[in-house]
Write a protein that binds this ligand. Structure first.
Ligand code: PEP
Length: 250
């Protein structure tokens, strides 16, 4: 039977310093041993630390951006283009994180256009989707998630370079984790949606990873589900406990 390669991502958000990158690489990341043929391990520091991360973090851990510009190089003050990331040797980016959507007002179609842009430059994308607490309580979880997937499908053809991160917004940074069953249920529906609306191949190959208050204790149970292909970690991705989370997936 076909097994998808697992994917564990660490989103450092707007945390850390040059010194932190060096120390965390030395004390934690570079000591994590895992099977590189079964697991992609990806960490996303802030852009100005990408080079430091490349210098200090061992090579089998892949370096990821947290965002890209919606545009090519040009007169876009403060933006970092896909070309510039590729030039740096960065092959991955996170897009559509709930903070980009909710704090910076990125719409479903805007996020999708950035995924398309990233793909045009050969970047692998972790695209985040997920429902708010109101949507969950109204029974609209799947509707909210598939609305976001639909926007992606409208612009994105290459599902090989796409991983979907299901992150219930109410579980991010709150200590409330979706239970393993809640997460598997959504992941299973998302895969069915992809099979029906994109292709059987895309459903079989696309990694759907879970994010939201993942820790060393719940990681093993989450990863043990048939449709959970990895984890996206934030708070604990910059703590020694990150190792236990990776180990749980190994
Ligand atoms: C996130 O914001 O991407 C996330 C998963 O957060 P945390 O792990 O801190 O809940």
């Amino acid at each position: 039977t076909f097994a998808r390669k697992l994917l564990v991502g660490g989103n450092w958000k707007s945390h850390g310093s040059v010194n932190f990158v060096k120390e965390f690489a030395r004390d934690t990341l570079n000591k994590i041993s895992y099977n590189t043929s079964k697991l992609d391990l990806v960490v996303a520091p802030v852009s100005i630390h990408l080079r430091d991360a490349q210098e200090h973090i061992k090579n089998d851990i892949q370096i990821c951006s947290q965002n890209i510009s919606a545009f090519e190089d040009g007169a876009y003050t403060g933006e970092i283009s896909s070309t510039q990331l590729v030039d740096l040797g960065v092959n991955w980016t996170i897009l559509g994180h709930s903070e980009r959507r909710h704090i910076f007002g990125e719409s479903n179609s805007f996020v999708a256009s950035k995924i398309k842009r990233a793909h045009d430059h050969g970047l692998n994308v972790i695209a985040c989707i997920g429902e708010t607490i109101d949507e969950r309580e109204d029974g609209e979880t799947l509707k909210a998630c598939t609305r976001q997937l639909k926007a992606i499908r409208e612009q994105v053809e290459d599902w090989n370079k796409l991983a979907i991160a299901y992150q219930p917004v109410w579980a991010i940074g709150t200590g409330k984790t979706a239970t393993s069953d809640q997460a598997q249920e959504v992941h299973g529906h998302l895969r069915e949606w992809i099979a029906e609306h994109v292709s059987q191949d895309a459903a079989r190959l696309t990694r759907i990873i879970y994010g939201g208050s993942v820790n060393g204790e719940n990681a093993g149970e989450l990863i043990n589900n048939p449709d959970i292909d990895g984890l996206l970690v934030e708070r604990l991705s910059i703590k020694p406990e990150f190792e236990a989370i990776v180990k749980a997936c190994n």
